[in-house]
Design a protein around this ligand. Structure first.
Ligand code: NI
Length: 227
């Protein structure tokens, strides 16, 4: 399941991020690529674990913690510290699958990558190209969102970023291990939760059928979740 979530960061927050990023030092994006993905990756990154990357990454994590749609769609168990990249002057990322396991730098913590996220920090009209193309079970999806919006998709998907031929595409990208490993189960829980929220808004959250459906949601989560 591919889910787009609008306004994870406000425009003011995006502007504050960009003010710091635009004067930062950028390094070759191959630094965090795997063996295959390194051969097709041509972009720039903020140095992983630098003071700025950590500070901005914490800002992203705070915004995610406040976002009910993100929590519902991802059911996060462990989130890899967000990274930041930039594509300009024809840079691109060819077709690849993200590494299955990521070790959080400086720790023994391993994160199984169930979901991949891109948080857009440039407005779509500020660059040409730079489309995230994700091949999932339902066909190929093309993603280019407003600054502050986030897309989340299964890390099992082949994906690529088309060359940026004008301007610069700046994003945060990261991965997470979900409490629910299976994408189909996670998708069912997300759909059920979204329906319960709509029904609750219409009928009141103490309506007996809303209560019963909430019970079903939690009992499925209990069955499928690892903590
Ligand atoms: Ni990737």
């Amino acid at each position: 399941m591919l889910v787009s979530i609008p306004e994870v960061l406000s425009k003011a927050e995006v502007a504050a991020f960009r003010a710091e990023m635009d004067k930062a030092e950028w390094i070759d994006g191959k630094a965090t690529a795997g063996e295959q993905s390194g051969t097709v990756k041509k972009n720039q990154q903020l140095k992983e674990n630098s003071a700025l990357a950590r500070k901005l990454g914490d800002g992203v994590l705070d915004a995610l913690a406040r976002n009910d749609t993100f929590i519902s769609a991802a059911l996060p168990l462990k989130i890899f510290p967000p990274l930041f990249n930039r594509y300009a002057g024809g840079e691109y990322f060819g077709t690849h699958v993200d590494n299955a396991i990521r070790i959080v730098p400086g720790t023994p913590v391993r994160v199984r990558t169930d979901l991949s996220m891109t948080l857009f920090l440039s407005e779509p009209e500020d660059y040409d190209g730079g489309i995230l193309v994700v091949e999932d079970n339902y066909g190929t999806q093309e993603v280019k969102l407003a600054a502050g919006d986030l897309v989340l998709y299964p890390s099992t998907s082949l994906h690529h970023v088309t060359p940026v031929t004008r301007g610069a595409r700046v994003c945060s990208f990261f991965w997470l291990q979900s409490m629910v490993r299976d994408d189909a189960e996670r998708t069912l829980l997300f759909d059920l939760d979204q329906s319960i929220r709509s029904l609750g808004a219409e009928q009141g959250i103490d309506h007996p059928e809303v209560v019963r459906l909430s019970g079903i949601y939690h009992n499925l989560l209990r069955r499928w979740a690892d903590t």
